[in-house]
Design a protein around this ligand. Structure first.
Ligand SMILES: NC(=O)c1ccc[n+]([C@@H]2O[C@H](COP(=O)([O-])OP(=O)(O)OC[C@H]3O[C@@H](n4cnc5c(N)ncnc54)[C@H](O)[C@@H]3O)[C@@H](O)[C@H]2O)c1
Length: 446
């Protein structure tokens, strides 16, 4: 499945029309290639706060070259910018953002990455809280104007979680986050494995077991591939009708499989039993299986409502509960939901789907504080991702859906998979309770 408009804009006639008519001009995004360095270029580091001193060392651990803008001199260009804003304690301090970014924005390469580090506003008070909250408007606006396939994120790092920022920087500074922009990530202190203890950043999931539902095709297939690339043994689940594709893929990935309908009464028990007996437990649980049955609420049939809620929400709830109650999820494990932008912004004809996906966000909220032993729960909220699910959307709606974001294009299943691999990394045990949109900074529900 491809974006034909993007192909057209790359042709000579397409280029001419884009230029003269001011049409959207989607840039070909850089995506991570296995074995490549995380960042192909230098990252300029600035700001003065809790993280400034440790940042060059953390980046070095990831094999990322960094410099301060002053050290690099006038002619240098950068692949990324990281600004430590944790030292900004009043609105007048916000001037430091302009001072750092304005001269550097013209010196960025293609698909640049910008990360601003702040303190969670609720952890501070008075003028400092105001300044820290202001960072959100700054990063979201810069995300909309940076262009050239660039991304901009704000990472709120709790006091005491400074050393746990590494896996998040690895994701947000690399092409793995190609379609993630304008997001706010929160890093807390959950007391799992410290980021610095990850032995191999190229294969962070070595020795881990990952369950992926709906793994036979689309986004689920890419999640399985990326988790396998990062070292995990994947157990794919899908309905019996999808067995051929599932078995073929799992054989290719040296994985294991289970064919069942996740809404079946005994599905949670069967999954828990399989993981315990054959794998001695599970480290990563990805609730990816999902369906749509779109109809305006006035025309909604009972089955269209019930099936969507059952697959997208009740099944993940029941499976998670069973795995936790039976102690099948290993210490420092991660549970990951797949929500949707529809669950944040709402969508015509998707009251059932949007309710189910907002419910997935509710599941994250309800469990994030309850989980023990370093287990985390987070979700991704994909925007328009080019798959068989979205191929079924009528042409005009699909075209608008693909262009209504800062990158003027749909994302790829691999973009969702990379975000999930970041959550799953043993370096991300302090990333808990987050919902990150993989949507190219979509204008809806922003
Ligand atoms: N494609 C998008 O743009 C988009 C956007 C937002 C969210 N999502 C979400 O991403 C996830 C994957 O979407 P996709 O586009 O790859 O869809 P897809 O239809 O291509 O794949 C979904 C998979 O889930 C499996 N599945 C469905 N019902 C099941 C059940 N009862 N038991 C077991 N497996 C079941 C299907 O057989 C299929 O393999 C879904 O949760 C979807 O809601 C997709």
């Amino acid at each position: 499945m491809s974006d034909r408009y993007q192909g057209f804009t790359a042709s000579p006639i397409g280029k001419l029309l884009v230029k003269n008519l001011g049409l959207p001009n989607p840039m070909k995004l850089e995506r991570y290639v296995e074995g490549a360095p995380l960042v192909d270029g230098t990252v300029a580091v600035g700001g003065r706060g809790r993280l400034a001193e440790s940042l060059p060392g953390l980046l070095d651990l990831l094999g990322i070259a960094s410099t301060t803008a002053a050290e690099a001199g006038d002619g240098a260009t950068y692949k990324g910018l990281v600004f430590d804003a944790t030292g900004l304690t009043s609105s007048s301090d916000l001037h430091a953002l302009r001072d750092f970014f304005t001269p550097l924005l013209r010196r960025l390469g293609k698909c640049p990455r910008v990360v601003v580090l702040g303190t969670p506003p609720e952890q501070v008070s008075g003028a400092e809280r105001v300044a820290q909250r202001a960072l959100e408007g700054f990063t979201r606006s810069l995300g909309k104007e940076i262009g050239r396939g660039g991304t901009v994120q704000l990472v709120y790092v709790a006091e005491g979680a400074e050393a746990a920022v590494t896996s998040t920087l690895a994701f947000l500074l690399s092409p793995k986050s190609a379609y993630v922009s304008g997001q706010v990530v929160r890093i807390g202190t959950t007391g799992g494995t410290l980021a610095a203890e990850v032995p191999d950043w190229q294969r962070p999931l070595d020795g881990k077991v990952a369950l992926v539902t709906g793994a036979s095709r689309g986004i689920g297939e890419q999640i399985a591939r990326v988790l396998h690339r990062d070292g995990a043994s994947v157990v794919g689940v899908d309905v019996p009708q999808a067995a051929d594709g599932l078995v073929k893929l799992m054989n290719e990935l040296d994985g294991d499989w289970l064919t069942l309908d996740i809404t079946a009464k005994d599905a949670p028990q069967r999954i828990a039993h399989h993981l315990q007996e054959k794998h001695g437990g599970v480290d990563i649980v990805v609730h990816n299986a999902g369906i749509t049955r779109d109809k305006k609420l006035a025309n909604m049939k009972e089955d269209g409502w019930d099936s969507v809620i059952a697959v997208n929400l009740t099944a993940p709830e029941r499976i998670t509960r069973e795995l936790l109650d039976q102690g099948v999820i290993n210490d420092n494990g991660s549970i990951i939901g797949v929500a949707s932008i529809a669950g944040i912004a709402g969508n015509v004809g998707q009251a059932n789907y949007a309710a189910s996906k907002a419910g997935v966000i509710g599941l994250v909220d309800s469990l994030a504080d309850e989980l023990k032993n370093g287990i985390t729960i987070n979700a991704v909220a994909p925007g328009f991702i080019i798959t068989q699910m979205t191929a079924a959307v009528p042409f005009a709606t699909r075209e608008v859906g693909q262009r209504l974001n800062a990158m003027a294009q749909g994302g790829l299943p691999v973009d969702v998979a990379e975000a999930i691999a970041w959550y799953a990394s043993p370096g991300s045990t302090a990333v808990n309770g987050n919902v990150v949109r993989v949507c190219g900074q979509m204008m809806l529900g922003a």
